[in-house]
Design a protein. Structure first.
Lengths: 272, 296, 290
């Protein structure tokens, strides 16, 4: 699906985010990307979903060179790639139904899109997608009134409406509470399995990556530190990946695990 | 909820919320107002396309170029320009002098509600409360009278009362802007963080000291900033003031317009633009200084 | 701890001195001189105002205003003029929104040629040049509309299409169009980009992104600005009447020129009512919006 050859991304002609990265991802593969913050994972994803161009190197999507995409062609390719963001990136003031249906924008002509804002044209599709993620009752709520976890599920419903060939999930669970996180990852995995979609996921949680993905890629300082089947990844690999960088990822995880007991110890009067 | 949808997945009805009464009522009102206004304002877009209208616009536009920069004309402008600046300064100053005390009286949190008055209202008699609330309402009414009447009407009346010249202009700006400043000052003061005031009051500070130590330091940047904005407006207002004979650059504008000297009009508009832009730059600078000071 | 507190005292002292530093004194003196200069220049006289001749004149004039002319005939006419002024401000504001909407999209950098929406586009130089030119033209047009004051627009338009509320409405619309165009533009350029990035990644076109990602975000703020400008415009509509644009302003000019003071007071009361009503309505609508 993707062939990356010597990809570099440099911002403001100074900050190197990704350097000389080679990567091949086949159709229907499920891959987890792990690595410390600032390793260039998000930048890599933004190049993979054709939001920003690489500074140098070639990026082939389905055998087509990304440099030749423009205008209508670019939109057609983007439609085949669905993205889930860490901050869900929904339009807060729109109703949930419009946010879900915005997944269809790539296949709708503009007049249809405008018409849908006045009266949703494929509301049953949106409802179906929302039911899949378990929040069908929120169809006509305003998106900003939903909780973080619910909004992330709306974002997944948008992905369902878009029905792409490739799913890119950029830390989809880091703004969701841990109990929900596993469920959301599971949902995306099921989706890619049943419809044979390629799935790439950025993950903070190494445990989740090991549990669900056959292939793990460690990214550090903009380059690939290891690219192995999950079974072959050892503790040394992980140590090398996270060494030197006191990662927020690890910190955050410890913190979120410790939180309930910590809270309890701080407020003994509440537990009684 | 879920079950209902799964039993009838395609039966989707749009909730009534999408077209609430609010939206319907206001849309109807809007359309009616629009149609009524269209008739009342005697809108005739074709007038713009008629040969006479076109000719007049063309005459105006071509008449403006080149702008009149002859010494005869420009030398006439020195005095009105200076007068405009003096008038705006003095008018704004007078507006502050009148508007600030009225603004204090029109501040709800100072006069009769909120933490500063909570204890007192419990102790004091009802008549005191009513007196204070009465003052507050009266001052608000005066302020709104001051500001709803446009500055040119004030100027016109003052010209009638005290004669031509910049003096009635100053009075007009002073009165009408006092109304605006007073209202905005009171809004700013009401939105000040009440925490520090409460702690000051707890130390036994009087109302005046609370004002000086708690309210003003917090509100000062906003107060000054709005006052400077009004100064800008005062310069702009000098055009209309001149029309009614209250001094400033507008007087010359009217003469040029009456004589169909459109090239002079262009010069005057350019001068006005430069003055407003100059004041804008200056007040931005003052604002920045004040903000950086207050943050230290 | 003790060291720290002495440090703070020293700091406080230096700041206390700072209040009366030479720099501040110069500014203060400058201000005083400026005020004195203005005081003399405007022939302002406090003594005159507080008990002298001027005070007497002003009081006499105020006394002449009473009682207001409340004859049915004049009240009906005043009502008509009030509605005329209202109509002028209302249509003027609508026209302004139309003008602003036409120009604002062209004058938003992030919709025209830079930023997120154009990262992946292969830039053909002539298209880029065309877009930049459009952008600059729209920006210049907005500036022109805004910098020429209402009053001058009204003078031009009265000259062009004759007396009456129509030129007044046009003048309000044109000038306010420039103001709103700039305000809307600022709102548009500060829009949240994350949702837009997500929409673009689904393959949405720029126009679709405008409808789904940008407008829903900016609409409430733009409506609030419009309502606020409407409050300004109702006052301006009165002023424009003075130069022949009809409504209350024109009648006020007539009343003052012909020494019809009783009628003047009625007209002033009408202004008070209509301005207060519009302010209240606009404030109510703005509250409902947020």
């Amino acid at each position: 699906m993707y062939v990356l050859n010597q990809i570099c991304k440099i911002f403001d002609s100074r900050t190197v985010a990704v350097r000389e990265l080679d990567l091949k991802i086949g159709r229907g593969e499920r891959v987890a990307l792990i690595g410390p913050s600032g390793a260039g994972k998000t930048t890599l994803f933004r190049m993979l979903n054709l939001t920003i161009p690489p500074t140098s190197g070639t990026l082939l999507f389905d055998g087509l060179d990304s440099r030749h995409f423009s205008g209508r062609r670019l939109r057609e390719v983007r439609r085949r790639i669905g993205t889930i963001y860490q901050q869900h990136n929904l339009v807060p003031r729109l109703q949930v139904v419009h946010n879900v249906l915005s997944g269809k924008l790539g296949s709708w002509p503009t007049w249809r899109a405008v018409q849908s804002l006045i009266r949703p044209t494929e509301a049953d599709l949106a409802l179906e997608a929302l039911r899949h993620v378990g929040i069908a009752d929120k169809l006509y709520e305003r998106t900003e009134t939903l909780s973080g976890g619910q909004q992330q599920r709306v974002a997944i419903a948008r992905l369902l409406a878009q029905d792409p060939e490739v799913i890119l999930a950029d830390e989809p669970v880091s703004s969701v509470d841990p109990a929900l996180a596993a469920g959301i990852v599971k949902l995306l995995i099921d989706l890619s399995e049943t419809h044979c979609k390629t799935l790439l996921m950025n993950l903070h949680s190494v445990d989740l990556a090991f549990a669900h993905f056959p292939r793990l890629i460690g990214l550090k300082d903009g380059t690939i530190s290891f690219d192995l089947p999950a079974a072959a990844v050892t503790d040394e690999h992980l140590a090398a990946l996270y060494v030197g960088s006191q990662t927020e990822a690890v910190e955050e995880e410890i913190f979120s695990r410790a939180e309930p007991s910590f809270v309890r110890s701080c407020q003994p009067h509440l537990t009684r | 909820m879920q079950n209902r949808h799964s039993s009838a997945p395609v039966s989707l009805t749009l909730p009534a919320r999408r077209h609430s009464n609010f939206q319907i009522v206001w849309s109807v009102l809007f359309i009616l107002t629009f149609l009524g206004s269209y008739r009342l304002a005697q809108v005739k877009p074709l007038l713009l396309l008629e040969p006479e209208g076109r000719r007049n616009i063309w005459r105006f536009v071509t008449g403006m170029f080149p702008p009149d920069l002859s010494w005869d004309f420009v030398s006439l402008l020195g005095r009105p320009i200076i007068e405009t600046i003096q008038l705006s300064l003095m008018g704004t100053f007078m507006a502050v002098v009148i508007g600030f005390p009225l603004g204090l009286l029109a501040t709800r949190s100072l006069t009769f509600t909120g933490i500063l008055n909570e204890r007192e209202m419990v102790d004091s008699r009802r008549s005191v409360f009513l007196l204070r609330k009465g003052t507050y309402l009266l001052v608000r009414a005066i302020l709104s009278l001051f500001r709803t009447i446009p500055e040119f009407v004030w100027a016109f009346m003052f010209v009638r009362a005290v004669g031509l010249g910049p003096f009635p202009g100053v009075l007009a700006i002073g009165i009408s802007y006092a109304g605006m400043l007073g209202k905005v000052y009171s809004e700013i003061l009401e939105h000040v963080n009440p925490g520090p005031l409460e702690s000051l009051q707890a130390t036994g500070a009087s109302r005046l000291t609370i004002l000086l130590y708690g309210l003003l330091p917090q509100a000062l940047p906003n107060l000054v900033s709005y006052t400077l904005y009004r100064w800008e407006c005062a310069i702009r207002a000098s055009t209309i003031l001149g029309f009614v004979g209250a001094g400033g650059i507008g007087q010359q504008l009217e003469i040029s317009m009456r004589m169909f000297n459109f090239n002079q009009v262009l010069t005057l508009v350019a001068i006005l633009f430069v003055m407003v832009a100059g004041v804008d730059v200056l007040s931005a600078k003052v604002r920045r200084t004040i903000l950086s000071r207050s943050s230290v | 701890m003790a060291e720290r507190s002495t440090q703070m005292v020293a700091q406080a002292r230096s700041r206390g001195r700072n209040r009366l530093s030479a720099h501040n004194l110069i500014i203060l003196a400058g201000l005083l001189i400026l005020m004195a200069w203005s005081y003399v220049g405007t022939e302002f006289s406090l003594r005159q105002l507080l008990g002298g001749e001027s005070a007497v004149q002003i009081l006499t004039y105020i006394r002449k205003l009473f009682p207001p002319d409340l004859s049915t005939e004049f009240l009906l006419k005043t009502g008509y003029w009030t509605l005329e002024t209202f109509a002028m401000s209302f249509l003027g504001t609508i026209l302004a929104v139309l003008i602003a909407c036409c120009l604002v999209f062209l004058s938003s950098r992030n919709l025209m040629f830079t930023g997120l929406l154009f990262e992946m586009e292969q830039s053909r130089p002539w298209i880029r040049a065309l877009r930049t030119t459009l952008y600059l033209t729209a920006k210049a047009a907005l500036n022109l509309l805004r910098t020429i004051p209402h009053l001058v627009w009204a003078l031009i338009l009265v000259f062009a299409v004759g007396l009456g509320p129509f030129p007044g409405m046009l003048a309000l619309g044109i000038h306010t169009g420039g103001v709103l165009g700039r305000l809307f533009g600022e709102v548009m350029e500060n829009v949240e980009t994350q949702p837009i990035e997500a929409l673009q990644a689904t393959g949405a076109s720029r126009l679709q992104i405008l409808f789904y990602g940008i407008l829903p975000q900016v609409l409430p703020e733009c409506v609030a600005y419009t309502l606020y400008r409407w409050e300004v415009n109702i006052r301006e509509a009165v002023i424009l009447g003075y130069v022949g644009a009809g409504g209350l302003g024109q009648q006020i000019q007539i009343a003052i020129s012909l020494f019809l003071e009783h009628r003047l007071l009625t007209l002033i009361l009408a202004i008070y009512l209509i301005v207060t009503a519009v302010d209240a309505l606009s404030a109510h609508l703005r509250r409902r919006l947020t």
